[in-house]
Design a protein around this ligand. Structure first.
Ligand SMILES: Cc1cc2nc3c(=O)[nH]c(=O)nc-3n(C[C@H](O)[C@H](O)[C@H](O)COP(=O)(O)OP(=O)(O)OC[C@H]3O[C@@H](n4cnc5c(N)ncnc54)[C@H](O)[C@@H]3O)c2cc1C
Length: 302
């Protein structure tokens, strides 16, 4: 049996793709081919897939909505496992929501609003999946995912599952225990507060307007490129270093928000990497502050 037949057996042939261009699956619109790209539909399939990968020594990478990711121009020589289209049920029970990892945050927030549940208003504009948001402890406007998370359902390398209470998730600024331990998020239980649907929707609209006024949403990007350094704002440091609009190829420091690297058309991953390096060196030189990328990297960048 070859790898493709095995993947077909596990996830069904219509959910297995070969040499899938990752630029079609990232918000940056950048990235070469993933050798294999698979979309399992439930925990059983995913468990079988992970056990298969471990047994055969096949490298894999979990992808959400690709909104915080730069994929190499050379692509990725392993199996990209995407939890999005087919892994996205949301259940509501009173003030509790269980959302599967592939449910978009915007959809989850809208479901909450529809059920007069407050707490996810600031999450509605973050273009990731629930899984990606838990891994990154995504946040905005003073909100972080940890604020509403009761427990996280995870899968480990052996395909076993566990519900981990929020206080054991080691949530921090744009990080969680998932990163250190390589846990796959299957879903999360959220606890929200009862509210008024109109008030919730008004707040969502207000934050959406603030976002479009300040962020270059008209261009492909992966959101804030750098983490906020303690005591500073990355965007301000970059602007003060005179790098507003600075470009390498089609990769450019947004003029609207210097914290965003945008793709003005045909930027390559190599352009973005060169730009990031130049920004880091310049800001370090001018202000003595080391900017750490917030975005994740997949593939070979040498
Ligand atoms: C225009 C724009 C605005 C943004 N605004 C914000 C913002 O306000 N706040 C903010 O925090 N972020 C923001 N982001 C960044 C991004 O949307 C978040 O980090 C989001 O949580 C990433 O989710 P994703 O599903 O796209 O993850 P991906 O980009 O697909 O993956 C991110 C990381 O999580 C891992 N991962 C994804 N799903 C799983 C899973 N189920 N199990 C294990 N690992 C997984 C991946 O392997 C990768 O390491 C923005 C991005 C864009 C493009």
């Amino acid at each position: 049996m070859d790898l493709v037949s095995d993947l077909n057996n596990i996830c069904g042939p219509s959910n297995v793709f070969v040499n899938e261009m990752m630029k079609d699956h990232t918000s940056f619109r950048i990235g070469g081919p993933a050798s294999y790209y698979v979309t399992p539909g439930n925990e059983e399939e995913l468990g079988e897939l992970i056990r298969y990968c471990v047994r055969t020594g096949s490298e894999y990478y979990i992808l959400g909505n690709g909104s915080n990711l730069l994929v190499s121009d050379k692509g990725y020589p392993g199996i990209v496992i995407r939890l999005f289209e087919r892994f996205n049920d949301i259940r509501i029970d009173g003030s509790r929501i269980y959302a599967m990892a592939g449910a978009l945050l915007s959809r989850t927030a809208n479901m909450a609003a529809k059920n007069s549940l407050s707490g996810l208003e600031a999450a509605a504009g973050i273009p990731g999946t629930l899984g990606g948001a838990i891994v990154m402890n995504a946040g905005a406007y003073g909100f972080e995912m940890k604020d509403v998370t009761e427990y996280v359902r995870v899968m480990k390398h052996d395909g076993s599952t566990e519900d981990i209470p929020s206080h054991m998730m080691e949530f921090g600024y744009r990080t969680s225990r998932c990163i250190r331990d390589g846990l796959i998020v299957l879903g999360a239980g959220l606890v929200l507060a009862s509210g008024d649907e109109e008030t919730i929707r008004d707040r969502m609209r207000e934050l959406k307007e603030q976002r479009s006024a300040k962020q270059p949403l008209e261009y492909p990007s992966a959101g804030s490129t750098f983490k906020r350094p303690e005591g500073y704002f990355a965007g301000k440091l970059i602007m003060d270093a005179g790098l507003k609009g600075y470009s390498v190829g089609d990769a450019c420091i947004s003029e609207k928000h210097c914290g965003f690297v945008i793709n003005k058309g045909n930027a390559s991953a190599e352009d973005v990497i060169k730009l990031i390096k130049h920004v880091q060196d310049t800001v370090l030189d001018r202000f003595g502050v080391r900017l750490e990328p917030e975005i994740k990297f997949l593939g070979d960048f040498t």
